[in-house]
Design a binder for this molecule. Structure first.
Ligand code: NAD
Length: 365
């Protein structure tokens, strides 16, 4: 079987941190095309990871016109995910698109429609599912230790952690701030762990407070691995904190919260699940809260969270499960792991929180 030929559209942060090294680890794959509006970024990617004859582009349409390319990764700001993914699917390419799927559910639906019309594969980059502690949590849930899950907390809280590279604080490019950027991960994980995508209604609030209010000298230190520089509060026009209440059709509720800047001490971990037989949280590894021999007990399940993204923290890149699964699916040797139908629900919930925040009303699905 000939090697798969892969192209990349967007050669910025996530391309260099995750997709280039992750795909370079895979067998039977050639990294043949690199596109970025900034040509130097495409050239750098091609030089470091590409085949000797890898091509570089500034216009993604030219890359998509190359019929020899089998699949592309869409790694641009959120606003262009749908446009580029639809064009790529219509050009006969399989697509791995970064999270969130799109800036709203209408655009996410256009991506699903293009997937259906093309018959090609489409998946979304929710790699937190592959963290060892989340994979363990999934096994705990699937083995029935929690029983019927009727309450969940999905939280991705940074006290100070505004991404200051790229266009993350520009609503016109990203469609939102903390909620669409990192709340999306916590919600994806929670829905996946619960294996419940049947939303009844959503109510929520999003805030543009500290992001705008705090001058650089008032911001304090970033306590997140991102760029430690202060953010520009004059151009900041997205939510820095958002909270949502998601009611599922089976009566379960999810409390979702996400922040880039909030005056609270943070705890690690993103998910708390409470069921009729037991509870689980990922605040310090995987903790199972249950009754054993009539005693209230906390069982630590497996190991604590480990970094898995190639290159994170430097040193030897650990194997990238996300790309291993993607390449197996491309070769017809495995199934997709993150289904776009699941990512669609995540995008619709986030959009509903933004809508509810403006209208003051719940949004029914
Ligand atoms: N899975 C994760 O945990 C994770 C982490 C970070 C970013 N992301 C996602 O990845 C996407 C990109 O984020 P990033 O941090 O790499 O941003 P970035 O700004 O570092 O990189 C984006 C790149 O895309 C290029 N670009 C923009 N429009 C383009 C177009 N039309 N054609 C070609 N190139 C274009 C930009 O010039 C830039 O180099 C976002 O959607 C973000 O949400 C996901």
């Amino acid at each position: 079987m000939a090697n798969l030929r892969i192209g990349f559209i967007g050669c910025g942060g996530i391309a260099n941190q995750k997709h280039f090294p992750g795909m370079a680890q895979q067998e039977g794959v050639d990294l043949v095309a690199f596109c970025d509006l900034v040509i130097e970024r495409a050239q750098e990617g091609a030089k470091k990871y590409g085949t000797p004859d890898a091509k570089v582009y500034t216009d993604y349409r030219e890359l998509l016109a190359d019929k020899s390319i089998d699949a592309v990764h869409v790694l641009t700001p959120n606003v262009s995910h749908a446009e580029i993914t639809v064009a790529a699917l219509d050009a006969g390419k399989h697509v791995l698109c970064e999270k969130p799927m799109a800036i709203n559910s209408k655009e996410a639906q256009m991506m699903l429609d293009a997937r259906d019309r093309s018959g090609k594969l489409l998946t979304i980059g929710y790699q937190y599912r592959h963290f060892p502690n989340h994979a363990t949590a999934k096994k705990v849930v699937d083995e029935g230790w929690l029983g019927d899950i009727y309450y969940a907390e999905a939280s991705y809280i940074r006290r100070r952690g505004v991404p200051t590279w790229g266009v993350f604080t520009d609503k016109s490019k990203q469609g939102g701030g903390a909620l669409i950027d990192i709340g999306t991960h916590a919600l994806d994980l929670t829905l996946w762990l619960m294996n419940n995508y049947d939303v009844d209604y959503v109510v929520g609030s999003s805030y543009e407070k500290l992001g705008r209010l705090l001058e650089p000298e008032e911001q304090g230190q970033h306590d997140w691995r991102g760029n430690p520089d202060p953010w520009n509060n004059k151009t900041f026009d997205v939510d820095d904190f958002a909270v949502g209440f998601v009611k599922m059709k089976n009566g379960a509720t999810i409390h979702l919260k996400a922040s880039w800047a909030l005056n609270m001490a943070t705890k690690p971990g993103m998910v708390l699940l409470c069921g009729t037989k037991g509870g689980l949280d990922t605040y310090d590894g995987v903790r199972l809260n249950h009754v054993v021999a009539g005693q209230s007990s906390i069982t630590m399940v497996g190991e604590k969270a480990q970094a898995f993204i190639p290159g994170f923290g430097g040193g030897e890149a650990p194997p990238s499960k996300e790309h291993e699964i993607w390449v197996a699916a491309l070769k017809g040797e495995g199934e997709l792991f993150v289904l776009p139908e699941q990512a669609f629900v995540v995008s619709k919930v986030l959009e509903s929180i933004y809508e509810s925040s403006i209208s003051g009303k719940p949004v029914y699905f």
